[in-house]
Design a protein around this ligand. Structure first.
Ligand SMILES: Nc1ncnc2c1ncn2[C@@H]1O[C@H](COP(=O)(O)OP(=O)(O)O)[C@@H](O)[C@H]1O
Ligand SMILES: [Mg+2]
Length: 261
């Protein structure tokens, strides 16, 4: 049975169009121009346990909206998401325990607390017992070097440090499924490398099922065997990365290294 099953998922937003200028301001009061936007337009896919899938597409394609519906933040207009047999919107509390989510553009950490205090709070929220917490923290610390930032208030962390904290926060309760929405955005090469290693490690060691949204082609090449491409709310490709490369760029470059014996 697939871990994630998305069927005919649709999300529409009502967007109010406002006119600018003084004349526009009067018009806006008298009549609001509502426009219905279909951010996600009939999307279906499924993921097996342990898959890492790259969910890619241009800005505004509907990636974040899909992820928000998959973790129960947004209610679908129609269609369904099923994760481990449950709906994230209906069975939110149960599903959240099986889910980790990172939005690169927005931290889930508590701005005014030290990173360690944020973790303690999450430990209580997710009801993680002591043994599991210490085990998971040690594993995450090894990959993400958390000790050096654990006593720093979240607001003082650099973007890269904050992202390490966010990734750890999403994994403290060892969820079998994680969604990473642009986790490497704006980061320098070293941190990107550490995050890629983190994603690879948890996927291999914990069989974590991962959906990764990114604009970074290296992330995709290093991590994803399968990619789903979305444009204007619709899936335009879903398949193996290698097959896609073969189809779209059939000429290959052969690099040969010569060495002396
Ligand atoms: N809360 C919202 N209200 C109105 N429109 C939204 C909202 N969230 C997203 N949209 C619109 O939906 C479309 C898809 O957005 P999004 O899912 O954030 O794209 P992506 O993550 O692929 O860049 C965009 O046109 C965006 O403006
Ligand atoms: Mg987005």
């Amino acid at each position: 049975m697939p871990v994630i099953q998305v069927e005919h998922l649709v999300k529409e937003f009502n967007v109010v169009q406002k006119e600018s200028g003084l004349k526009g301001a009067f018009k806006n009061i008298l009549k609001s121009n509502k426009l219905l936007v279909r951010a996600v337009n009939d999307i279906s896919f499924s993921l097996e346990e342990g898959e890492i899938v790259g969910y890619i597409g241009p800005n505004g394609a509907g990636k974040s909206t899909t992820i928000k519906m998959m973790c129960g933040i947004l209610q679908p207009t129609s269609g369904s998401v099923i994760i481990n047999g449950m709906s994230p919107y209906v069975d939110r509390k149960k599903v959240v325990k099986n889910l980790g989510v990172v939005f690169g553009q927005r931290t889930q950490l508590y701005w005014d607390l030290r990173l360690g205090e944020s973790f303690e709070l999450l430990k209580r929220i997710y009801e993680i017992d002591n043994d599991k917490y210490h085990h998971n923290f040690a594993m995450l610390d090894e990959i993400l070097n958390l000790q050096e930032i654990i006593n720093t208030p979240v607001r003082q962390l650099s973007l890269g440090q904050r992202m390490r904290g966010d990734l750890a926060a999403a994994m403290l309760h060892s969820p079998p499924v994680i969604f990473l929405d642009e986790p490497t955005i704006g980061l320098d090469v070293d941190v990107k490398y550490a995050i890629r290693k983190f994603i690879k490690d948890i996927n291999q060691n914990c069989k974590t099922t991962i959906i990764l949204t990114t604009h970074d082609l290296d992330d995709i090449q290093q991590l994803c065997k399968r990619i789903i491409i979305i444009n204007k709310g619709k899936i335009v490709e879903d398949g193996s990365l290698n097959q896609l490369i073969d189809r779209l760029a059939p000429t290959k470059k052969l690099i040969v290294d010569f060495f002396e014996e």
